[in-house]
Design a protein. Structure first.
Length: 468
């Protein structure tokens, strides 16, 4: 399972696919009002553009792992949490909406810091519930005569359409890479139907008057009895969506401080919804631009226990460590089909670094430590990176302490001509560089990825045909 700069071919690092619909459901009550205020009846065109942009985004790699890329992703995800907080406060506690929005943020940060995550089966249930709720809303709006008759759609308001597209885009960008393009279009189609129904029933002016215009929509459709149900749906949509986004931030940064929680709470209470939506949109577009400029330098892969791999044996049939040390690098080796035994690993490989860093996870999914596999980069082939094992390695404990591994084998490899003395010097220098990062608790030893969980929908990786 290969990821480029954090993106996965058969899945996604940041979260399961079910979060895409939750992302939209948690914000639809806010973005419809803000979008209608900006674009009028042309809000529908903005939804179409945002859906197409979301589908196109699935073709681009995610931002990488530099500090600025981490900051951009964290900013855009945290802005989404503020949007959910505003929706929660406005619909669940309208009399104290600002205080409720701030409390929502603090509760989400506390729960996320304690490791609370929404199970996948709950996400599936909520996704189905939100789709049914959307279908009911569309049906009510269409079968009941509208309270507002449009005097005319008017000429396109291009700046307003652009602003509305920017505000909507982050919520139509799917989480996950499995069938992501189709899921983006499906989520966009649902958003188009709901937008059409809302505009048909209320008109753009009334829809854009208030962030709580969805309550007016139910009243206009003679469905006031559903107002309590709307409140429940807002809770069920916003809380899991916010927890998912906070989990994505923690997975990237490893930690989120209390000072950050205070800033988010203040933003939820004081910043207008349109400004927060624009901030989230700008953050999402910046993520795309970082992906466009990606050069594919860093690859990340998930190797679960039992993954088929290309192993090697000595030509006489013995395993590598069954031979005495002086023979291990003098007897020719042959490639053989094998499987990865023991712990599952998340691996990071950079083209220009003489190492790859592995995150080890036990059978229960708990992080157990890092392993720095020192390697001589050779280049790329049609199936991936081509590297020579540098024999010398580092083991890094969760607390940042480290030790060399296989120093005797590295010396034997040089004696046998398997490595040159110059290569070993370069490999040791790379190991010392990584050791310094571990001691400083700097990336990649800063906690990034230690909470990683693979998407349950990811298929088991397979070797390309003809590789062995």
């Amino acid at each position: 399972m290969l990821m480029t700069r954090g993106s996965v071919v058969n899945g996604r690092w940041e979260g399961p696919a079910k979060e895409g619909t939750l992302r939209l459901g948690g914000a639809i009550v806010v973005i419809l009002a803000a979008g209608a205020a900006s674009a009028g009846y042309w809000l529908l065109a903005a939804v179409v553009l945002a859906a197409l942009l979301g589908a196109a985004a699935t073709r681009l790699p995610d931002p990488g792992e530099t500090p600025i890329e981490h900051a951009v992703v964290a900013f855009s995800r945290l802005a989404l949490i503020v949007v959910y907080a505003i929706a929660f406060g406005s619909y669940v506690f309208p009399a104290q909406s600002k205080l409720a929005a701030a409390g929502f943020v603090l509760a989400v940060v506390l729960a996320g810091t304690l490791g609370v995550r929404v199970p996948d089966f709950v996400k599936r249930f909520l996704t189905a519930l939100l789709l049914v709720a959307g279908l009911v809303l569309v049906t009510l709006c269409v079968v009941v005569a509208p309270v507002t008759t449009a005097s005319g759609i008017g000429a396109p308001n291009l700046p307003g359409i652009v602003v509305a597209t920017l505000m909507i885009f982050p919520f139509l960008r799917p989480a996950g890479r499995t069938n992501a393009g189709w899921r983006a279009l499906a989520t966009g189609s649902a958003a188009m139907l709901i937008t059409f129904a809302a505009l048909y029933q209320l008109g753009s002016l009334r829809l854009g008057l208030s962030v709580t215009s969805m309550r007016d929509l139910l009243a206009a459709a003679d469905a006031d009895a559903l107002q309590p149900l709307l409140t429940v749906i807002v809770v069920l949509a916003t809380v899991p969506a916010a927890l998912a986004e906070f989990g994505a931030v923690r997975d990237r940064l490893g930690r989120t401080g209390s000072a950050g929680a205070g800033v988010l709470a203040a933003a939820a209470a004081l910043v207008p919804p349109v400004a927060v939506l624009l901030a989230a949109g700008l953050g999402g577009v910046t993520e795309l631009l970082l992906g466009v400029r990606d050069d594919g330098r860093v690859l990340v892969g998930w190797i679960p226990a039992g993954t088929p791999i290309v192993g090697s044996r000595l030509a006489d049939g013995r395993r590598f460590r069954e031979a005495p040390l002086p023979e291990r690098f003098r007897v020719p080796r042959v490639p053989v089909p094998d499987v990865w035994h023991g712990t599952s690993t998340l691996r990071r490989i950079a083209d220009d670094e003489w190492s790859s860093v592995w995150w080890f996870f036990g059978g229960d999914g708990v992080f157990t430590g890092w392993y720095v596999n020192l390697e001589v980069p050779v280049g790329r082939t049609g199936t991936g990176l081509d590297r020579i094992d540098g024999i010398l390695d580092l083991a890094v404990d969760p607390d940042g302490s480290w030790c060399w591994k296989d120093e005797d084998e590295a010396e034997a490899a040089v004696d046998a001509g398997r490595l040159t003395a110059a290569q070993l010097v370069r490999l040791r220098a790379e190991g010392e560089r990584c050791a310094a990062l571990a001691e400083a608790r700097a990336y990649p030893f800063d906690g990034t990825g230690v909470d990683f969980r693979p998407d349950v929908d990811w298929p088991r990786p397979e070797l390309p045909r003809g590789l062995v």
